[in-house]
Design a protein around this ligand. Structure first.
Ligand code: FES
Length: 140
């Protein structure tokens, strides 16, 4: 059996939504201390809807595929839905990741959350800090 699904390979080779957004409403950057990979997410938000999203990922193929899939999953969606996106949902949408690569999908979940929190903070919108804290203990 191939190590990576066709969807992972497709999103790795043809990543969707790569780039930056000028004057983004929210920007989130996270890194994985162990592998050193970095992911940055840019959001354009209009009336609580994510109207555009772009990413820059300096990382492994699974991180690139996860970023690409995650941006596809939240584009056009309300912030509430994006905040509920888990790394497991990203991995499932990619038809799975090898167990030792699941931490790569955590970057996508965390970068999106940080970008939304950045938007909330820039606009003085209150949010539940505890609910949106990074989940250090759920990387697999
Ligand atoms: Fe670092 Fe995949 S190995 S994010």
């Amino acid at each position: 059996m191939a190590l990576y699904s066709e969807k992972v390979m497709d999103h790795f080779k043809n990543p969707r939504n790569v780039g930056t957004i000028d004057n983004a409403d929210g920007v989130g950057e996270v890194g994985n201390a162990k592998c050193g990979d970095i992911m940055k997410i840019y959001l354009k938000i209009d009336d609580d809807i994510i109207t555009d999203v772009k990413f820059e990922t300096f990382g492994c193929g699974s991180a690139i595929a996860s970023s690409s899939m995650a941006t596809e999953l939240i584009k056009g969606k309300p912030l509430k839905d994006a905040l509920e996106l888990t790394n497991k949902a990203v991995a499932e949408a990619l038809d799975g990741l090898p167990a030792y690569k699941m931490h790569c999908s955590v970057l996508a979940e965390q970068a999106i959350k940080r970008a939304i929190i950045d938007y909330y903070e820039k606009n003085g919108i209150p949010y539940d800090k505890e609910a949106y804290a990074d989940r250090e203990d759920d990387e697999t």
